[in-house]
Design a protein around this ligand. Sequence first.
Ligand SMILES: [Zn+2]
Ligand SMILES: [Zn+2]
Length: 386
Amino acid sequence: MITRAKPQTAGTYPGKCCFRASLERDATFCDECGSPLQRCMATDECGGLLDAGGCCPVCVAPDLSLDAGSASSIRAGGSLALPLLVSNQSPVGRPLFVEAMWFKGGDGEMKKVDLTFQRLNPGTTSEVGLRTGVLETAGLHRFDVHLVVATRHLWREERYVFTAAIVIPVEPEDATEVVQNYNIQADAIGAGLTIYNPTRIQKEREQGIAKHAEPIRLTLRRADALDRALGHRGYPSGLAVTKSTALVWKGFDPRHVPMDGPIRNTTGVLEIGRASSAGEGGLNDVRLVISRNGQTDEERSVHISRRHFQLFIENDRLMLRVESQNGLLVNDIAHRRGKMVMISDGDVIKPLVREPGAVGVRVQFETQHDEVHRITLQRLLGPAGS
Ligand SMILES: [Zn+2]
Ligand SMILES: [Zn+2]
């Protein structure tokens, strides 16, 4: 059975009603608008809910500015330094990790930017110097900056790509024909673009207007297509498992598994092992034992750890983390305690390294376009008594 949310009322998710509802620690749905509550993995610290793009805006609040102070003009044949300032605007004291930065100029080539920092504490700013390269022609030149940021909580990490576009008017080399102003509004050439016109800034400074002595804030937007293209979210094939992907349990004792549907507990992590399940008053989300017709084979099940592994969704992938001292196998590859493994369509999780055929969980994806809408987890049992 799949539990479905009531259709959302008009407005954006999450609404104020959802934040109100989320104050109830165990709430999994908003009682007002019916939306499922997608809590941030760090919800204990941030109180955040994920937005429609799967991102917590409380934890992930990067800000990008251009320090306007350096250049006074730019002509064809010249190049320009772009002193960027990256800052972390998280209001709740969560650090942000800048994992990479890419710069794309007129030649369309993406260049990786050398960063001298990674961790950005809340309220702090770091500088990154970029150069445009030679701008051969006069006119408008567009540059894109892609910022890969991560938020971390315990051993978990979610990465997102943000992007900003800067448009720079370049004047002709011939100084007699100075194009003084490109009076173009950002919305005339596309939303999300920031125009940087050093010549105009310089003129305004000379006239005492000097309003651009302050850094120019760039419009930074989530770039979910780049999340996947740059390999930060989803599978290499382009598929994505999202927080709304339904999990369907097959071949288990019904008391041992949660209801079919997306992961809806507060932590977003499913604990799986031999200990009793939540349905039986225990702490595991899924009880995994060797049993037939409701009769547990205690002798053989004892090798499954009380808490053997975890399953959760991270960076639009189904992930497994090994909890057992004895490790486990995914297909035929052994993984030790603490290891994180990306689980793909067709994988079989085998908890017993020494007796891999005794019990397993086969994972199968059902996809719609590039999203996995359903994952079937089927318990497999070896021949009885083998
Ligand atoms: Zn709501
Ligand atoms: Zn958060």
